[in-house]
Design a protein around this ligand. Structure first.
Ligand SMILES: *Cc1c(COP(=O)(O)O)cnc(C)c1O
Length: 396
């Protein structure tokens, strides 16, 4: 084998792979309803695009400082202060090529070969692979639907060993839409501080929350947990800017400095004019975000209602993000065309080829009794797609 062990330890992203397959079927003229998307279906707001155009016209097309332009770091510091009550200096902030890149860098600089990283499941697909790429071991803790997929603090304590270096927390969560309250975070923070364990807090869905949920950053609870937290956020989801590749992180100066060094020798700076646009995204009008969340809430209410009408399927109401995560355990084990539907992967495969609906199997997120459906798609698609799923499931 020519490939390194490192390369062999990872596979392709199941979510990106599925989206590509559904797109290919569509291109062949097959009428597929896609629930695979991991990105808002809205366009980037005009005032943000205008700023990028202006930056291009003014010749802002050269290398920038690796860790981001000063005005963007200032806008990020201001955002942390105003939204999260967090005080950071620009030297504690790094801008990377997406939040995914920030998390990659943070895991690389924090984790040693053999370190253990605690990861609650269902988890975002890239977390285990990023942990493995650093030579560390993902210690996956399955959470329960009865606990709303939250990590109970006593369970967290049980899994801590002298090799535990880090916890990765993602709230609001992709794929479950679960969001931790301040009280819940406080209990987790107490344990982490007592044990001296770091936490990467992925807060990329912080603005996409419903029913008055109050998002709290774990870093804001007290100075001790702040010292141990790398907060990760970005413009991708909040401002429909997934393709622009701008994410950011804040935390301990030394850790951020090491992340910047790593970036120096890998990607260098994130795209110059995308950084200018990100300044405007963070400091300009937030009205498009409000409008997007209003629309997402309507779709959430609708898709959850429709899914719960399908016999054999139940689905919790997500508090944030834009995914439904229905329980399909009563559908697994049924037979279709003489084949037992043994797992979520096979069910997703059959839904794609037979019902012409693209969903992501829960196995991709470490939870085989579930499917993930993104509602970053039109109400018409939600109506048609859920109808197709219902009719197909009735037949088996
Ligand atoms: C989309 C997503 C990211 C990555 O966002 P980018 O800034 O586009 O890299 C990170 N974490 C979670 C949980 C996500 O869903």
């Amino acid at each position: 084998m020519v490939l390194s062990k490192r390369a062999q330890s990872i596979g392709p992203s199941p979510t990106l792979g599925l989206t590509a397959r559904a797109k290919a079927m569509k291109a062949e003229g097959i009428d597929v309803i896609g629930f695979g998307a991991g990105e808002p279906d809205f366009d980037t707001p005009m005032h943000i695009k205008e700023e990028a155009k202006r930056a291009l016209d003014e010749g802002f097309t050269k290398y920038t400082p690796t860790s981001g332009i000063p005005e963007l770091k200032q806008a990020i510091c201001k955002k942390f202060k105003e939204d999260n009550g967090l005080d950071y200096e620009p030297s504690q902030v790094i801008v990377s090529c997406g939040a995914k890149h920030c998390i990659y860098n943070a895991v690389q600089v924090l984790c040693e070969e053999g370190d253990e990283v605690i990861l609650p499941a269902p988890y975002w697909v890239s977390f285990p692979e990023q942990i493995r790429l650093a030579g560390a071991k993902p210690v996956i803790i399955g959470t329960k639907e009865e606990d709303r997929f939250k990590l109970p603090p006593p369970i967290l304590s049980k899994y801590i060993t002298n090799r535990t270096k880090l916890l990765i927390l993602n709230s609001p969560c992709n794929p479950t839409g679960t969001a931790y309250s301040k009280e819940e975070l406080q209990k987790i923070a107490e344990i982490l501080v007592a044990e001296g364990i770091w936490v990467i807090s992925d807060e990329i869905y912080e603005k996409i929350v419903y029913d008055g949920f109050q998002q709290v950053s774990i870093a804001s609870l007290n100075p001790k947990i702040k010292d141990l937290t790398i907060v990760v956020n970005g413009v991708s989801k909040t401002y429909s800017m997934t393709g622009w590749r701008i994410g950011y992180a804040a935390g301990d100066k030394q850790v951020i400095g090491a992340m910047s060094n790593l970036q120096d020798h890998s990607t260098s700076n994130p795209t110059s004019f995308a950084q200018k646009a990100a300044v405007v995204a963070l400091s300009g009008t937030q009205e498009p975000v409000t409008q997007m969340v209003i629309e997402f809430k309507k779709r959430r209410d609708y898709i959850i209602e429709r899914l719960n009408q399908i016999p054999g399927i139940t689905c919790l109401l997500p508090q944030g993000a834009f995914y439904a995560f229905p329980n399909i355990s009563k559908v697994l084990g049924r037979v279709c065309d003489g084949q037992v539907i043994e797992n979520s992967t096979l069910l997703a495969e059959m839904l794609l080829t037979q019902a012409k609906v693209a969903v992501v199997p829960g196995s991709a997120f470490g939870a085989d009794n579930y499917l993930r459906l993104s509602y970053a798609t039109s109400m018409d698609n939600i109506a048609e797609g859920s109808k197709r799923i219902k009719e197909w499931i009735k037949k088996i």
